[in-house]
Write a protein that binds this ligand. Structure first.
Ligand code: G3P
Ligand code: MG
Length: 259
């Protein structure tokens, strides 16, 4: 139940992706080590309908291969090196399956699974993710998010007790997620706005509707401090250790001033 989650939460965006290759087991282990509260990761389906953790629609930017993820079978994706683009210390780090990621995270950290099937919103991603969560009995440790309402609606029908976060792009593109229409279409407990859209008013309004506010992707210390001061319930960052440091510093200043 998301309202029982501590606030503010530090989300490690694609794992601790400032210091390890995004969406790899290395980045997730580092996030756990750096004491992030939540790991955010991106899921999509392979050609043979396995759930893998990768952000882009293609493997081109983050691996030594080429092609669209949903045109490649898992066996071909597993041959790729998803670490060397970040640094030679991470050579041959594979694209993880969601199953592997959940195995690493289970019992150690909350997980924010983003459904990134924007181009194929009626595929079986939501169903497969729901089944994997049930397999690991992780229902109380998961937040599901997406920019697309259809996978969120499908997921909610399958796993109605698991909380949902609606991602909102900046400006008009995110209007649906932030508006009354978004609330009517998707049953969500958290809004994940683009950081520049956050204001004290947005936070107040979300809280009025019982929603948590988790802006993304916040990497500059001054932006982190500003958002914490606006009362957000968490931030999504590539550098969870830095966010923790900034939060602790702003918190101790608060107490210093009040003493
Ligand atoms: O959850 C925040 C963030 O991950 C959404 O954007 O494109 O990095 O998945 P993206
Ligand atoms: Mg994401």
């Amino acid at each position: 139940m998301i309202l029982h989650w501590r606030s503010p939460l530090i989300f490690a965006h694609r794992g601790a992706s400032a210091h390890a290759p995004e969406n790899t087991i290395a980045a997730f282990e580092l996030a756990i080590q750096k004491k992030a509260d939540v790991i955010e990761l991106d899921t999509k389906l392979t050609a043979d309908e396995q759930v893998v953790v990768i952000h882009d629609q293609t493997v081109d930017r983050t691996t030594d291969g080429t092609g669209k993820v949903n045109n490649l079978p898992l066996a071909a994706l597993r041959e790729l090196d998803a670490g060397s683009h970040f640094g030679k210390d991470f050579q041959n780090e594979p694209i993880p399956t969601l199953e592997e990621a959940l195995e690493v995270c289970a019992g150690k950290i909350f997980i924010n699974i983003e459904l990134t099937n924007h181009m194929t919103p009626f595929d079986t991603l939501a169903k497969k993710v729901s089944q994997l969560i049930a397999h690991f009995a992780l229902e109380n440790h998961i937040l599901i998010s997406s920019f697309h309402p259809i996978p969120l609606r499908t997921f909610h029908q399958l796993s109605p007790t698991i909380p949902i976060g609606f991602l909102a792009k900046s400006g008009p593109a995110g209007f649906l997620s932030r508006s009354w229409l978004g609330r009517a279409i998707v049953h969500y407990q958290a809004i994940h706005p683009e950081k520049s859209d956050v204001s004290p008013n947005l936070v107040k309004k979300a809280h009025k509707y019982g929603q948590r506010v988790y802006p993304f992707t916040v990497n500059a210390p001054e932006e982190m401090a500003k958002l914490f001061s606006m009362g957000v319930d968490g931030i999504v960052t590539d550098d969870p250790a830095l966010a923790r440091q900034i939060f602790d510093a702003s918190h101790s200043n608060f107490y210093d001033l009040s003493n």
